[in-house]
Design a protein around this ligand. Structure first.
Ligand SMILES: C[S@@+](CC[C@H](N)C(=O)[O-])C[C@H]1O[C@@H](n2cnc3c(N)ncnc32)[C@H](O)[C@@H]1O
Ligand code: SF4
Length: 360
């Protein structure tokens, strides 16, 4: 099963916590960028993806005309029988005209970034929208789409247990089919990091646990560390990643995994365009996963998918010692023959993962 991911690195402005590859103030490059994405696709063998994901950055920030040219291209090149086609939207840049376009061209899942319903919290993290903009966007999206995901964040500046739960309850009341709940990571180099913002680990874990309980009580199943869905609405595209499935990644900073080789593209928009225009694959790094690195990657992905797994002989050979240490630290636990993240490990998963993989 193969997936297709296309990265759109344009945003209205940069949120204070975000270290994804995305840029404010560069939308003037959109036309040229999309031309390069189409050309980059021609560097690869034809693919019949089962899932398509247009992520960012902020794909809904593309002007309607550019959006249509990208959707047309996808329909012409990759239309054969995909099951899930997700398009990421932000409240401040999505509107009915764009939603109708998405619907017309076969998009069947929308992911909307809310982060919080509290305007004070949204301001402190530099979001370009406020709660009222989200409600308007959600209402419009609901007219066209049934399968909607909403992103929410925990441990934001000034957030309390109460304000977090209020946001979550308001969101649940809107009845989205899928909710991604992320604990804020304070990434080096972001404005929040520079401001010295930090939180207590216990507070962070408590919020995520409260979130888990509230979501479970309302019929959402946690099928991955940060992902909750109503029955039948788990994201197929993301599940493919977690089962180490192949996918083609196009665009600046996109990563891909094809024929056992993982690659990551150049991050700068201009250098990405230049490379493609000169006929070179715009790859920053690429590595064939084998031996210990391949096994480490597989362990990480299996842990993400929460159900637990029975470690094979190779996993025990390379990482038997790590499993024991992590058990002693209370971050993973045995469930019969299966190993899985513990209650605490689920929320501190990055600490577990870094024992198995080098950052790529
Ligand atoms: C890459 S963003 C793209 C979606 C869209 N641009 C938006 O901001 O709504 C995907 C999601 O990752 C989450 N995210 C981004 N940076 C994060 C961080 N430092 N810690 C935790 N979650 C983060 C946010 O919830 C965001 O909606
Ligand atoms: S809108 Fe999304 S991708 Fe853009 S800066 Fe904010 S979190 Fe990052």
């Amino acid at each position: 099963m193969a997936g297709l991911y296309i990265h759109i690195p344009f945003c209205v402005s940069k949120c204070f916590y975000c270290d994804f590859v995305s840029y404010g103030g560069k939308l003037a490059l959109a036309k040229e960028y999309l031309k390069a994405v189409k050309k980059e696709a021609s560097f690869y063998d034809t693919l019949c993806p089962r899932t398509i994901y247009i992520g960012g950055g902020t794909p809904s920030f593309l002007p309607a005309e550019e959006m249509e040219s990208l959707l047309k291209f996808i329909n012409e090149e990759y239309s054969e029988g995909f099951k899930e086609f997700t398009f990421e939207c932000n409240p401040e840049s999505v509107n009915e005209e764009k939603l109708a376009l998405l619907k017309n061209y076969g998009v069947n899942r929308i992911s909307l970034g809310l982060q919080s319903f509290n305007d004070g919290e949204l301001k402190l993290i530099g979001r370009a929208h406020r709660a009222a903009d989200f409600l308007k966007a959600y209402e419009a999206a609901s007219k066209y789409f049934d399968n909607i995901n909403v992103d929410l964040m925990a441990a934001l500046p000034s957030q309390t247990e109460d304000s977090f739960l209020r946001s979550l309850k308001k969101l649940i009341a809107l009845k989205p089919k899928h909710i991604s709940l992320y604990g804020l990571q304070i990434e080096e180099g972001t404005p929040l990091y520079e401001q010295g913002y930090s939180y207590e680990e216990d507070f962070y874990v408590r919020l995520l646990e409260l979130g888990y309980k509230e979501l479970a009580a309302n019929g959402f199943k946690q099928y991955e560390i940060s992902n909750y869905a109503r029955e039948g609405f788990e994201s197929i595209h993301n599940t493919n990643y977690w089962f180490n499935g192949e996918y083609l990644g196009l665009g600046a900073a996109a990563s891909g995994y094809l024929k056992g080789v993982r690659y990551q593209n150049l991050c700068g928009i201009e250098e990405y365009i230049k490379s493609v225009n000169e006929g070179r694959r715009p790859v920053l790094s690429e590595e064939e996963l084998k031996g210990k690195a391949k096994i480490g990657e597989e362990i990480l992905l299996r842990f993400r998918y929460l159900k637990g797994f029975k470690p094979c002989a190779q996993m025990l050979k390379y990482f038997g010692g790590e499993f024991e240490t992590l058990k002693e630290e209370g971050l993973i636990e045995a469930d019969g023959e299966l190993l899985k993240l513990s209650r605490r490990g689920k929320y501190l998963a990055n600490e577990v993962f870094r024992r198995f993989v080098e950052p790529f």
